[in-house]
Design a protein around this ligand. Sequence first.
Ligand code: SF4
Length: 413
Amino acid sequence: MSAAPAIPPTLSRDGMAAALLNDEERTRIRAKSAQFAPPTAALPDGRRDLVGLSREELTDIMVEIGEKPFRTKQLWHWIYHQGVTDFSRMSSIARPLQEKLAERFIVGRPGVVTEQTSQDSTRKFLFRFRDGQEAETVYIPDRQEDRGAVCISSQVGCTLSCTFCHTGTQALVRNLGAAEIVGQFMAARDSYGEWPSPKGETPRLLSTIVLMGMGEPLYNYDNVAKAMRIIMDGEGIGLSRRRITLSTSGVVPMMDQCGAELGINLAVSLHAVRDDLRDEIVPLNRKYPIREVIAACRRYPAASNARRITFEYIMLRDINDSEADARELVRLISGIPAKVNLIPFNPWPGSSYRPSTREQLERFAKIVMDAGFASPIRMPRGRDILAACGQLRTESQRLRRAAREDAATDTVE
Ligand code: SF4
């Protein structure tokens, strides 16, 4: 991981203090994140997964086994451009080296536990990783065109406990590693047969990535950043930074870092315009309040009229959906190149929230739109397979628990 961006010498004293504080905060966040590290890339038989390694790491490994550094380029092409997982299919590599590689390494994928396709063509994958932990990934096809977004998870569980989010009721188990994050995208591409990676302007079915699945990606920044660098590499998958959006609840110090180092698009889960309310529904707000989150959006380097920041806003009836809320939202984000995604709440058992009425949603959207911000009402996708926002993983866990309980009852009887 490269160091935090240097503090520009032109900063005011306040700005300098804030930057130093952010450096300290980043160190603290990283140390905490390291406590939830993913398992090693080694298999029980000693072989090592090549997926998820940076080019430099791959080169080091080739040199370690007595091969020339140019093997990295060859392997990179086969793994990330061609999508090949079997060394014997890497035809530009001589047979003896193929065998040598197969003895020592694998080109891994997460295991597919279930793959469900919704009536609206949304496809949800439940992936299992080598230590048995699982995460979900969702492919959401565009309704009009042959392209779509892959929604990727960054952690197993989540620490943030946003009160409207069913996914957030699952405690954080661990971070996903770079191989597991890249692996979700590669396994989804396997399912659609989209190999080799389309080049340049050639249309892609799996055309964008949204880091909006389970977890807070900026609490697993190092692994997420490594995975995104692999995915953006032009000699492999080659997905442009413009086609990747990271969604955060507002981990301010890491927003700066993400903007400086990756330059990918940013989405912010805002959901409330007053600190007292946001403290309650997005508890991270107690640490990074609205003012700081919005300030970080204003300085986000990748934001422009062509690449707007997305503000996610879940519409909760009589909680955050008044016209005064809409006007305050417009005031807060004024001057930021932004759009506002209005998300109808998906009720789940045990939640006290109700979805806003259609009329209220439309009134809210109109105020935001009249102020010059696009404000699409995001229709829930994949509801029949529980792939909609905030539903990930909970149902598969519930079913598994029920199955285990059934099995236990059977045993007792
Ligand atoms: S909304 Fe995102 S950050 Fe908040 S609890 Fe759910 S998964 Fe975690």
